[in-house]
Design a protein around this ligand. Structure first.
Ligand code: PLP
Length: 386
């Protein structure tokens, strides 16, 4: 008999009832150190006091009004994002997938009535969500099998390889890329590749879309990962960390790229409601502070140094450390699923990714002592597999 919850996940037999900072408490009272953070969502840890205060105050005032009206909390967050980035304008969604849908619509609408361009170039190993457009963009057999006919107009080329740029032509509407792939196995695009990609898009007129759903909002130690390279996109998708646990996403765009999105071309019932944007505004205020981002960088260096040590001391289990900032991964020699399981046995949560990688995506404000504790639990987990 099918479970009441549609069984699309292979769930671990763990249920959590409470969270504080980087720790989760299971139903049976056991405390787990959380290096998954809801897959890069709980940017400020669980039950961050500033967010509890913000959401409680907003909940007591106004949860939801329609986008038929002005929403001051939404306007404030949009302004903060515009002030901090390349973007001139923002649309709020409830998830990364919805941000993907709008990014694709926006790019195609940009060309509508001008040139016959609809093709979108994406990359092997990409993950942009599970909607029809998102799975068509990723093209991975696992995600698309049985869900055809696929949305047409997407092609996939190898990630971070210069010959891939040849797929971008004057017929390309847009190129979509995660500057750092998360689900794909914590693969960071090289500076040279992202610079060449921007140049190729400029040359052909194709719009450049960055998917920073997982790698954005301070995760790499800059507010957005592309800042490390110094190139900007025309359109950017954000989600996960921006809500700190509240379902919130956004599409940021330049005025030119957004030119087709006039009144009536897109909408969302919940996207950008007062509750979500109050929380997002507080997250943005905290995470965009240069001192906070510098701390992310310091913590990341500390964590990474420890991980390099673990790779050296468990060469049969671990192969190499990957990542940027607190978007960390370990390429494993043992099956990544076994390493995640060994972590559970040590009351440590990590997340498997493609390419036999485990992901470590802690809260951006994880205390140094929790980093030390995570390293010793990971050491014990590896020893149990060695
Ligand atoms: N894009 C990237 C890079 C992601 O990592 C994800 C989710 O893991 C998505 C898009 C989809 O976001 P959501 O699950 O919020 O719809």
């Amino acid at each position: 008999m099918i479970a009441p919850v549609l069984p699309t996940y292979n769930r671990a037999p763990l249920a959590f009832v409470e969270g504080r900072g980087s720790w989760l408490v299971a139903e049976d009272g056991r405390r787990f150190l959380d290096l998954g953070a809801g897959i890069a969502v709980n940017a400020l840890g669980h039950a961050a006091p500033e967010l509890v205060e913000t959401i409680s105050a907003q909940a007591a005032k106004l949860w939801h009004v329609s986008n038929l009206y002005r929403i001051p909390e939404q306007e404030a967050l949009a302004q903060a994002l515009v002030d901090a980035t390349f973007a001139d304008t923002v649309f709020f969604t409830n998830s990364g997938t919805e941000a993907m849908e709008l990014a694709v619509k926006m790019a195609r609408k940009y060309w509508y009535g001008k040139e016959d361009r609809s093709e979108i170039v994406a990359f092997h190993g990409a993950f942009h969500g599970r909607s029809s457009a998102a799975i068509a963009a990723s093209g991975s057999e696992k995600m698309v099998k049985g869900f055809g006919p696929l949305l047409p107009g997407f092609v996939q080329v190898p990630f971070d390889e210069m010959p891939s740029l040849e797929a971008i032509t004057p017929a390309t509407a847009a190129v979509i890329i995660e500057p750092a792939q998360g689900e794909g196995g914590i693969r960071i695009a090289s500076d040279a590749f992202l610079k060449a990609l921007r140049a190729k898009c400029d040359e052909t007129g194709a719009l450049l879309i960055f998917d920073e759903v997982q790698c954005g909002m301070g995760r790499t130690g800059k507010l957005f990962a592309h800042e490390w390279v110094g190139v900007t996109p025309d359109i950017m998708m954000v989600a996960k960390g921006i809500g700190g646990g509240f379902p919130l996403g956004a599409v940021l765009a330049t005025e030119a790229a957004a030119a087709g999105m006039v009144a009536g071309t897109h909408g969302s019932t919940y996207g950008g409601n007062p509750l979500g944007c109050a929380v997002g505004g507080k997250v943005m205020q905290i995470v965009s502070d240069p001192a906070f981002l510098a701390e992310v960088g310091r913590k990341a260096a500390l964590f990474r140094q420890g991980l390099e040590g673990l790779v050296a001391s468990h060469p049969d289990v671990f192969e190499a450390v990957r990542g940027q900032g607190l978007l960390l991964g370990i390429k494993c020699r043992k099956p990544a699923g076994d390493v995640v399981q060994a972590g559970y046995d040590q009351q440590l949560l990590t997340v498997a990714a493609a390419d036999n990688v485990i992901r470590l995506l802690p809260a951006l404000n994880i205390p140094d002592e929790d980093i030390a504790e995570a390293l010793s639990r990971l050491d014990r987990a590896a020893a149990s597999l060695g």
